[in-house]
Design a protein around this ligand. Structure first.
Ligand code: LLP
Length: 423
C-alpha cells in the first residue's frame, strides 16, 4: 500500500507528478510520500493499540530529520544504534525518555550521552557491555535502565546478511543465559532490569518467527518473575516485511494477532522497532537515463543513480520494481515476468564496478536518453546506506505532502565532497 500511482501514464507521488519534482530538484532524487509514511505508522499503532505499545521507529532505515520529524509529530518514538542517531532524534524533538538504544559496540561516550538524555533502555548485547554501562552509570551516580538482548535462535529466513536472531550471529546473548544475566543485573545497584529485547532479522514476510519469539520471551519473563523480579518490557524489535516485488506484505494486524494475546496474558509492556515497514514503500528513487547501449548481446540502460545511492541490489541481490515515470506501456502487475512490448535490460549506474546495477535482465519498455526512471520501495536503507563512492555527491531528498513538496536534504556539491579534508 502506497501513494505512488500512475495516472494517464504519468507517475504521481500523492498529487504531485514525479516529472515536476525531477525538473525542480534534479536527479537522482529521493522522493518520499508523507501520506504513505503516516499510513504505515498508523497501521501499526492501530493494530497493537490494545496493549498500548511504544513504537520506536528504527532510525537506521531512514534517518533524515524531515522523516524523523513526521514520525515524532505522529507519536512515534525511536530505536537508535549510535550516538549519531541519538543526536538526530534529539534534533527532531524526540522525547528521549522513550528512546531505546541497541548495538553491539556502544562506547562509554555513547552510553554517557544516552544516560544524560534519560534513555528508556539500553538493549544490552553482551556481558562486557553490562559492565561498561554499570561503570558509566556509577561514575554519573545514576542507575542505568537495561533490557537484555537475547538471541532466541530463530531462523527468520531472511538474507544471510540481515538475519540476526540465529545462534552464531553477533547480536545479543544466548537465551539459555538469561537467568544468569538477570541475576548479574539485579545484583548491581547501578543497573535496573527493565525487560528483554529480541530482533529476529529483516525483512520477515511471515508471522511464525514472531509467534515463536514471543513465546520464548514470555517464558523468560516468567522465569524472572519466579525469582521475584517483575520484568515489565518485552521488545520484539523490527523486521516486518514490505512489498518489494508485488503485493506480498502482511498487514500490521497479522503480526499483532500473534503477538498481542501473549503480551496481554503476560501483563507486559510491548516495544516494537519497525523501520522498513514504515518508510520502505514510502520512498522512490528517481533517476534519468544518460545513455542506452547494446553490447555483448545485451541492452544496458545507463542512468544517473548508482550503487552509491542504492546499494541494496549490489549488496543483497535485492529486487526493486523499476519502471519509467512516463511509460509507453502500462506498468505490469508482475515485474518479474517477460512483458509484451518490453525487452530485458540491465539497469546500471555510472560507477566503475560491475556490481553497480539496480536490476539485471529486467523487462522494460523502450527507454531513451533523458527518460525518467523510477525505482520503487527505496525509502528504507536507501539514502541511509548511500555513500560518496566515485566522488559522487549524495542525491537530494524531497518530502511530498499532497500537491506540495519540500526539500528535506539539498543535493551535495563538489565543495561538500572535499569539505572535511585537510591539505
Ligand atoms: N531493531 C534492530 C535491533 C535492528 O537491527 C533493525 C534492523 C531494526 C530494528 C529495524 O528493522 P526493519 O523494521 O527496518 O526491518 N540494510 C538491510 C537491513 C538491515 C537491517 C538492520 N537492522 C536492508 O537493506 O535490507
Amino acid at each position: 500500500m502506497d501513494y505512488f500511482h500512475y495516472k494517464n501514464r504519468e507517475l504521481l507521488c500523492e498529487e504531485t507528478p514525479a516529472a515536476e519534482l525531477a525538473a525542480k530538484y534534479g536527479t537522482p532524487l529521493w522522493v518520499y510520500s508523507k501520506r504513505t509514511l503516516l499510513h504505515h505508522l498508523r497501521q501499526i499503532q492501530k493494530a497493537f493499540a490494545e496493549v498500548d505499545p511504544v513504537i520506536c521507529y528504527s532510525v537506521k532505515s531512514n534517518s533524515n530529520l524531515g522523516i524523523l520529524k513526521v514520525m515524532q509529530e505522529a507519536g512515534s518514538s525511536f530505536d537508535v544504534v549510535s550516538g549519531g542517531e541519538f543526536f538526530r532524534v534529539k534534533q527532531a524533538g524526540a522525547d528521549t525518555t522513550k528512546v531505546v538504544f541497541a548495538g553491539v559496540g556502544k562506547t562509554d561516550e555513547e552510553i554517557r550521552f544516552a544516560l544524560e538524555n534519560n534513555v528508556l533502555m539500553f538493549n544490552v548485547e553482551s556481558e562486557a557491555e553490562l559492565d561498561a554501562i554499570a561503570a558509566v552509570a556509577g561514575s554519573m551516580e545514576r542507575v542505568a535502565p537495561v533490557a537484555l538482548r537475547l538471541n532466541p535462535d530463530i531462523d527468520a529466513k531472511t538474507h544471510a546478511k540481515t538475519t540476526t536472531g540465529k545462534k552464531g550471529n553477533k547480536f545479543g546473548m544466548d537465551i539459555e543465559r538469561a537467568e544468569q544475566l538477570a541475576a548479574k543485573v539485579l545484583g548491581d545497584k547501578r543497573l535496573e532490569l527493565r525487560g528483554i529485547h529480541m530482533h529476529l532479522g529483516s525483512p520477515i514476510l511471515t508471522t511464525d518467527p514472531y509467534a515463536e519469539a514471543v513465546v520464548k520471551a514470555v517464558e523468560v519473563v516468567e522465569k524472572f518473575r519466579a525469582r521475584g523480579h517483575d520484568t515489565r518490557w518485552i521488545n520484539l524489535g523490527g523486521g516486518f516485511g514490505i512489498n518489494y516485488r508485488k503485493q506480498e506484505a502482511l498487514p500490521a494486524s497479522a503480526y499483532a494477532e500473534v503477538i498481542v494475546p501473549a503480551i496481554k496474558a503476560a501483563g507486559c509492556r510491548l516495544a516494537l522497532e519497525p523501520g522498513r515497514f514504515i518508510v520502505g514503500n514510502s520512498g522512490i528513487l528517481l533517476s534519468r537515463v544518460i545513455y542506452t547501449k547494446r553490447e555483448g548481446g545485451k541492452l544496458f540502460v545507463i542512468q544517473d543513480a548508482a550503487m552509491n545511492d542504492l546499494v541494496r541490489p549490489a549488496m543483497y541481490d535485492a529486487f526493486h520494481r523499476i519502471w519509467p515515470a512516463s511509460p509507453s506501456v502500462d506498468p505490469p502487475s508482475d515485474y518479474e515476468a517477460e512483458l509484451p512490448g518490453c525487452e530485458p535490460a540491465d539497469v546500471v549506474g555510472p560507477i566503475c564496478e560491475s556490481g553497480d546495477y539496480l536490476a539485471k535482465g529486467r523487462w522494460l519498455p523502450p527507454m531513451q536518453r533523458g527518460d525518467l526512471v523510477v525505482t520503487f520501495s527505496a525509502g528504507a536503507y536507501g539514502m541511509a546506506m548511500s555513500s560518496n563512492y566515485n566522488s559522487r555527491p549524495k542525491a537530494a531528498e524531497v518530502l511530498v505532502d499532497g500537491s506540495s513538496h519540500k526539500l528535506i536534504r539539498r543535493r551535495e556539491t563538489y565543495d561538500d565532497l572535499v569539505a572535511h579534508e585537510l591539505v
